[in-house]
Design a binder for this molecule. Structure first.
Ligand code: SF4
Length: 334
């Protein structure tokens, strides 16, 4: 099985549990393909946000990903602020960041005395993230690619609280010896949904500074020490992106190919299924006119957000309902 289909099947399996002993999985949220670096280019296959004590407050605050520069300011729900003064970013970035925060439902604009001001729609809950778990997928350990280097980077930087390798392969002692001791190992069968914990992960020092390997040349690796404060900002960025992104293929990414059909993934679909290839396909890397089976057509209508709302053990629509209620109140007061 290709890594893409393996990844979707694993996410569907984790989401169908609730984190309890009888239904191991997650009661939090999952997202795929997120940057998990501070200065490098590491991308984690799956990130799981384990709920913290204020998780429900974050869920009901707003539906989208809040740009982290906004959260590093004193912009709150109390006093409207001038974003050009409040945001510690290059002036050229201010408008884009404010637009993204408004789209996310976190900021409202208002105009006073000829000035464009912003105000938060609610108080940001600082403790909504319990733990961040990274999952690196390598269905076939016989083709490890860059796996060892990636996992060593994860452990050394310790941006996440724990890291797990998920594979469909039989895991031998030799495999375990080749990956860092702190990395947990799961064996997962995407056909049956069975998951065996081969080794539990060891918690990483995510609160402390980290060391991030960067450029590698023969005989030499450049590293960068990342202070704890910088990691804290990067963790918040990662959690916010996970919140808004989720793990399902984005509706806009589905191919405009007449052959593609809407498949199911452990009842939590939809996923792009291609009868011509006989399997789930990754539209980003496999579909388009360059594909031998491509037939111009219309991409199917899918609703990943509705599927997320149906399947997730939390209420992804709560933030949108609160936003709509706020808009309604605003309208009725005019
Ligand atoms: S573009 Fe190719 S891989 Fe994608 S759905 Fe069409 S035939 Fe399948």
């Amino acid at each position: 099985m290709r890594e893409y289909a393996f990844e979707l099947a694993l996410c569907a399996h984790l989401e169908s549990g609730d984190g309890s002993a009888s239904a191991p999985g997650t009661d939090g949220l999952l997202a795929r393909q997120l940057g998990a670096a501070c200065h490098g280019s590491r991308v984690m296959d799956v990130v799981e946000v384990v709920p913290g004590p204020q998780f429900d407050d974050r869920v009901s605050l707003c539906p989208g990903s809040i740009p982290v520069p906004v959260l590093e300011t004193d912009i709150g729900p109390g006093t409207a602020r001038d974003p050009r003064r409040a945001l510690d970013v290059h002036p050229d970035r201010v408008e884009g960041i404010v637009d993204a925060a408004v789209d996310a439902g976190y900021l409202d604009r208002e105009r006073r005395d000829g000035c464009d001001l912003v105000r938060a729609t609610g108080r940001y809950p600082a403790h909504w993230v319990g733990r961040l778990r990274g999952i690196e997928n390598k269905p076939d350990l016989g083709r490890p690619g860059d796996l060892r280097r990636q996992l060593r980077t994860d452990v050394s930087l310790a941006l996440l609280d724990e890291v797990v390798l998920a594979t469909a392969s039989h895991v031998t002692g030799a495999h375990l010896n080749r990956i860092p001791d702190a990395v947990g190992v799961w064996r997962f069968d995407p056909e049956t949904g069975e998951r065996e914990v081969v080794r539990e992960p060891t918690p990483l020092d995510s609160d402390g500074p980290g060391v991030e390997p960067l450029d590698r040349r023969p005989g030499r690796t450049d590293i960068r020490v990342v202070p704890a404060a910088e990691k804290r900002v990067a963790r918040r960025r990662l959690a916010e992106r996970a919140f808004g992104k989720g793990w399902r293929p984005d509706a806009a990414a589905w191919p405009d190919c007449a052959r593609v059909s809407v498949g199911e993934c452990a009842g939590t679909g939809p996923v792009p299924d291609c009868p011509w290839k006989g399997r789930i396909v990754d539209p980003g890397s496999e579909c388009g006119p360059a594909c031998g089976g491509y037939e111009p057509g219309t991409a199917p209508e899918v609703d990943p957000a509705a599927a997320r709302a149906d399947a997730a053990p939390w209420d992804p629509d709560a933030g949108e309902r609160r936003r709509q209620a706020g808009l309604g109140n605003f309208g009725s007061s005019e």
